[in-house]
Design a protein around this ligand. Structure first.
Ligand code: ZN
Length: 58
């Protein structure tokens, strides 16, 4: 479980929007990208991000 206070200061490194989290990912709905969370640490790197499958409506 990620620290909620940590999530509050996180932004997407690509678009600088606020992000939301699931158990294993930090998600940017603006970019349709998900960033991995490893050992409770969000890896906010564009190179590490993966495309978000359920976000194809644009
Ligand atoms: Zn973004």
């Amino acid at each position: 479980m990620m620290d909620q206070r940590l999530l509050e200061i996180l932004i997407c490194p690509k678009c600088r929007s606020d992000v939301r989290s699931t158990d294993d990912w930090v998600i940017c709905d603006e970019c349709c990208l998900k960033y991995p969370v490893r050992d409770g640490i969000p890896i906010m790197l564009i190179d590490e991000a993966e495309p978000l499958e359920e976000c194809g409506e644009q």
